[in-house]
Ligand binder design. Structure first.
Ligand code: FES
Ligand code: FE2
Length: 412
């Protein structure tokens, strides 16, 4: 068996290996996707010490609206609620009395949270508002026994939480150059499609399958193939790949010679927005950070907000995607497709076409995940090969590992 050396120097003139020499060019070991111990490190040092996106603000627009998510990788259940002051707050979803779980996962609207076990009642801001027999508890202070709060910040309408007692960075610091790239882009979009699936694979594999385009002409031959590959670019090479610290952006090519299918023509001509490639009119409306090279032959960017939140912004729609680890080889994928709020029947057709089409593309991506995990667990090969265009895959595993190492050194 060959020795592993992920930082082996490259003797080929490859552009991303030259641009990002710290990532190396050798084989990438599979251990971080199959080791239970490594998954434990990811939970402790990465996810429990990160800003994690949990929702879009439009899911909980009104006073009293709340959503509850069980987040396995954080070992907790979280309630996010809009208070009487319209502010969003997040709490651990466990009652301070005997730690009963208060709300079931899902969404709702309420005036207060009531624990069904003994009836403790909490205001929307988490304060303990009522309990029976208060005088029977020793040294009891009501104000010290509210819901356990979690740090929450919003970015462009996305809700992030951080379960550390004291986050090491603000969300703005955490996002770095990503913070201003999307300025105002998400406004005016409406959720038109949703897909939630559980896959028997490591969470990083689900990111890897969607952050390279080397697979597009083959895996997506029936859905996207000719739209993202053509005479000038038969293997769908990216326009650009940029790493912003731990985050990434890749600009995806669209074939200007692509002839749309009859249904795409109907959807495209009835709608005021083109699906692909981007038109000059739609490109002008994008913030500078999206399709920053202003390529006409562009379909969408692939953005990953470290560690597990993906955004694919296009002109006329965007996809938001959460890669939720649930075990070393178990991942929940939550996909939301957003399109412009339809104002005409034509827009409705275009929006439907976009969301159905995009979910089909993602199902193709998902189709490789369990087989890849199985291959990694088979032991047939201790490492995988990556070409220069798959440097995004290398980056994801590298930054996760770097983050764990740094956090371990900081606070074991
Ligand atoms: S555990 Fe919630 S009221 Fe007792
Ligand atoms: Fe794909």
């Amino acid at each position: 068996m060959e020795p592993l050396n992920i930082a082996a120097p490259s003797n080929l003139d490859r552009k991303y290996a030259r641009k990002y020499p710290e990532l190396g060019a050798g084989r990438l070991p599979v251990d971080d996707c199959i080791s239970q111990e490594y998954y434990g490190l990811e939970k402790k040092y990465l996810f429990k010490r990160s800003w994690i996106c949990v929702a879009r603000h439009t899911e909980i627009p009104n006073v009293g609206d709340y959503l509850v998510k069980d987040i396995a990788v954080l070992d907790t259940s979280v309630t996010v609620v809009r208070g009487r002051d319209k502010k969003l707050r997040a709490f651990h979803n466990y009652c301070p009395h005997r730690l009963n779980k208060i709300n079931k996962p899902g969404r709702g609207n309420c005036k207060a949270f009531i624990c069904r076990f003994h009836g403790w009642t909490f205001d929307l801001d988490g304060r303990l508002a009522h309990l029976d027999n208060e005088h029977l508890f020793a040294d009891f202070q009501r104000e010290k026994n509210g819901l356990h709060s979690i740090h929450l910040e919003e970015w462009e309408g996305f809700v992030f939480i951080n379960i550390e007692d004291k986050p090491q960075e603000t969300l703005k610091e955490w996002m770095g150059p990503m913070y201003d790239r999307f300025s105002g882009y998400f406004d005016g979009y409406k959720l038109t499609g949703h897909l939630s699936v559980e896959m028997a694979c490591n969470w990083k594999l689900s990111i890897d399958s969607q952050t390279e385009a080397y697979h597009a002409p083959n895996l997506h031959a029936r859905t996207l193939g000719e739209a993202v590959s053509g005479k000038e670019n038969p293997t769908s090479l990216f326009h650009s790949i940029d790493f912003h610290g731990r985050h990434m952006t890749a600009a995806t090519y669209a074939n200007p010679g692509y002839i749309p299918t009859p249904s795409e023509i109907i959807a495209g001509t009835n709608a005021s927005r083109t699906l692909y490639p981007a038109s000059a009119e739609t490109l002008d409306k994008l913030p500078e950070g999206i399709n920053s090279g202003r390529h006409r032959d562009w379909i969408f960017d692939l953005d990953l907000v470290f560690p597990n939140f993906g955004i694919f912004p296009s002109s006329g729609y965007f996809i938001a995607q959460w890669f939720w680890p649930e075990g070393v080889n178990k991942t929940r994928l939550d996909v939301m497709v957003y399109t412009y709020e339809p104002t005409t029947i034509g827009d409705v057709i275009a929006a439907e076409n976009t969301h159905v089409h995009m979910l089909d593309v993602l199902r193709e991506d998902f189709s490789t995940l369990e087989g890849t995990q199985e291959g990694m667990e088979s032991g047939v090969q201790p490492a995988i090969l990556l070409c220069d265009e798959e440097v995004t895959v290398r980056h994801t595993h590298y930054v996760v590992d770097q983050y764990i190492r740094a956090q371990r050194a900081l606070r074991p």
